[in-house]
Design a binder for this molecule. Structure first.
Ligand SMILES: [Zn+2]
Length: 375
């Protein structure tokens, strides 16, 4: 974006639905495609889920977070919104608990298969174990190297497991059917092409129907907010931002702009090409901000105020650190930042000689509200 004011005042995205589905009800998006919402217990207070009609029932796309509230709403939806047809299968776009939290409940209750990509299925199984674990020295080392004080780490560790499965939850199904990039799946009358993206999660599935001009985008392409692209202590030297940007460049070549995007958060929208470009530019701008503020070496935690415009507390600090380091790792891989260990803390310093020509003394687009939750 070359003009910040224009980008603020002329939103190129359009939202054809003024309303959102009330709890326990659906809105028909196209013949045989329905949209519903489930609650989330956080500032981002909802997730969008979708239903696609087949001859013998309805395919569910994503399932909602664990717990009885969502299960009761599912019972209501299935009783009142599916024209008496059963559930035929469950598809999960990716591993996060708001997408997979009810997959065991739904697959077991209806005795139907689960469809996921290979990485996301196994990551879901591992994640359910990890969410129940306490801290460990590798995790502490990762955050201490980011500049986090031990006292904060101790308090955050005590909050772990917020979304962890409870003993009475039905576990994720013991088998699945793999969804692979480049393949397609027939849901009812229409073929849906499988495009996978990475960065927010390892092998995130999106489903595109050329006939219906619809994209079920999960968290890979969201309006209004940016998806969490973050380093986790389990893989402290990963580079998810590079994959995220590459996925968006690739999606620009795959998805026509007359597509209605059905995202997992906020409302369906038109303008996918503009949104993909916005997201690329947003992250490139964040990376430039980091370069500008690393002329003198800085630790990750010192850089947070340049990326986030609100008070960060508890768990959100750790998520913000993960985002910040994801941007730094992408810069390191592009030879724009170097990292050195100073005592126990990593410091980051700008090393690219072209920074002077690229810098924006007039400022950057406003800091936006990044997603505080790992969903
Ligand atoms: Zn997610």
């Amino acid at each position: 974006m070359t003009n910040t004011q224009d980008s603020l005042t002329q939103d190129p995205l359009t939202y054809p639905y003024a309303e959102v589905p009330a709890p326990g009800t659906t809105i028909e998006i196209a013949p045989g495609v329905k949209w519903l919402q489930m609650p989330l217990p956080m500032s981002l207070n909802h997730i969008n889920l979708y239903l696609v009609e087949e001859d013998d029932g309805w395919a569910i796309i994503d399932t909602g977070i664990r717990g009885e509230e969502t299960q009761l709403l599912w019972d209501q939806i299935i009783a009142n919104e599916l024209d008496g047809k059963p559930i035929s299968r469950v598809i999960c776009t990716h591993m996060h608990p708001d997408h997979t939290g009810q997959v065991g409940f739904l697959c077991e209750k209806w005795n139907v298969p689960l469809y996921m990509s290979y990485s996301e299925y196994y990551q879901t199984r591992v994640m359910h174990t990890m969410m129940s674990e306490g801290g460990n020295w590798k995790m502490s080392q990762y955050y201490i190297r980011a500049g986090v004080e031990q006292s904060l780490l101790d308090s955050v560790n005590s909050m772990r497991g917020m979304f962890a499965p409870e003993p009475d939850d039905t576990p994720i199904p013991k088998s699945f059917i793999r969804l692979t990039d480049g393949d397609s799946i027939q849901l009812g009358k229409h073929q849906w092409d499988i495009f996978t993206g990475t960065g927010h999660s390892p092998e995130h599935v999106c489903l595109y129907s050329k006939d219906l001009r619809l994209l079920l985008s999960g968290d890979q392409v969201l309006p209004v907010i940016t998806s969490n692209v973050s380093i986790q202590p389990t893989e402290p030297y990963a580079n998810p931002m590079q994959g995220w940007l590459a996925s968006h460049e690739r999606f620009k070549t795959l998805i026509p702009n007359d597509t209605l995007v059905l995202p997992a958060h906020n409302s369906p929208f038109y303008g996918v090409q503009e949104r993909l470009q916005q997201l690329i530019e947003h992250h490139e701008d964040r990376m430039l901000i980091l370069e500008e503020n690393c002329i003198e070496p800085r630790g990750a935690i010192e850089l947070l105020p340049y990326l986030f415009d609100r008070k960060l507390e508890g768990q959100t600090i750790l998520m913000a650190i993960g985002e910040c380091i994801a941007h730094l790792h992408c810069l390191i891989s592009n030879n724009r930042i170097e990292r050195t260990l100073n005592g126990e803390v990593y410091q980051y310093r700008s090393i690219d000689p072209t920074l002077q020509q690229r810098t924006r003394p007039e400022g950057h687009e406003p800091l936006v509200r990044a997603r505080p939750e790992m969903v």
